[in-house]
Ligand binder design. Structure first.
Ligand SMILES: Nc1ncnc2c1ncn2[C@@H]1O[C@H](COP(=O)(O)OP(=O)(O)OP(=O)(O)O)[C@@H](O)[C@H]1O
Ligand SMILES: [Mg+2]
Length: 244
């Protein structure tokens, strides 16, 4: 059975969608069958981060409501192991039936090794929907105080939800900025109270790949792309050292 991984943050704009796309591409490139689902109902943009915004995609709600089967999920043109479901546009998250959502995820789990859920910002309904059925949670934070505080708060909410497998990715890390701020990665982990899964550096290729409708891993080889590949290995249980 495959693993359900929710990519969450708390604070908006920390890079959940970019990291989710980078990890999905890396896992697929490394031979895994992957489904990634945009759970940012109303503000979806995982298709852009995957470089497939010009291809029409089925929404997860279409599958939940059994209008279409999972086999109709969009296949990534560059990574054939990677399938994608977008978020419905005109459906408030409160109207998504949790039982149907859970059924769809169980089906997905039986067909894919990894199912990644890209959550909206905040700790409300969308956060809870993505986290509720997840086996593992990845909290994406920045190094700035507001992001760390929100990651810590999100960690508390996840603990109350009974989530045990929660790890943090520090995104957009700039070692020079850390020096100027006088803090270390250890300090960020202490303040957030969440163990580290990995570090993704600040990298203009994340922005450029999306601007040129390219998947990050097709566009960049170093920086954020290389970091996503290392983290994807760790997700599969390999020991890969954390690089600053
Ligand atoms: N490692 C990085 N280096 C440089 N830019 C990045 C990096 N990660 C993300 N970005 C940029 O930061 C912005 C926000 O990223 P993204 O949309 O992935 O965040 P998000 O957490 O999903 O946002 P939201 O909370 O709105 O869903 C985007 O413009 C993205 O290109
Ligand atoms: Mg997002």
């Amino acid at each position: 059975m495959g693993e359900l991984i929710a990519v969450l943050s708390g604070k908006g704009g920390t890079g959940k969608t970019s990291v989710c796309a980078g990890l999905a591409e890396a896992l697929a490139l490394q031979g895994q069958q992957v489904l990634c689902i945009d759970c940012d109902v109303g503000l979806r943009n995982l298709d852009i981060a995957l470089g497939i915004s010009q291809i029409g995609a089925l929404s997860f709600q279409d599958v939940c409501q059994e209008h279409y089967g999972l086999d109709m999920a969009t296949r990534h043109p560059v990574y054939p192991n990677l399938a994608f479901l977008t978020a419905p546009v005109n459906c408030p998250v409160e109207n998504i039936d949790a039982d149907s959502f859970c059924r769809m995820l169980e089906q997905a789990r039986s067909r894919f090794a990894y199912v990644l859920l890209d959550a909206p910002a905040g700790i409300e309904a969308g956060f809870r929907l993505a986290a509720r059925f997840a086996d593992r949670v990845i909290l994406v934070t920045g190094a700035e105080p507001a992001a760390i505080r929100d990651a810590s708060r999100a960690g508390d909410v996840l603990e109350l939800m009974g989530k045990e497998n929660v790890r943090m990715i520090i995104n957009r890390l700039d070692p020079k900025m850390l020096d100027v701020m006088g803090i270390t990665v250890d300090d960020i982990m202490d303040q957030a109270g969440i163990p580290l899964l990995g570090i993704v550096p600040e990298d203009s290729q994340v922005i450029l790949a999306a601007a040129f409708y390219q998947p990050l891993l097709g566009y960049g080889k170093k920086g954020a792309a290389a970091a996503c590949k290392r983290i994807a290995k760790r997700i599969q249980g390999h020991k890969v050292p954390v690089k600053l």
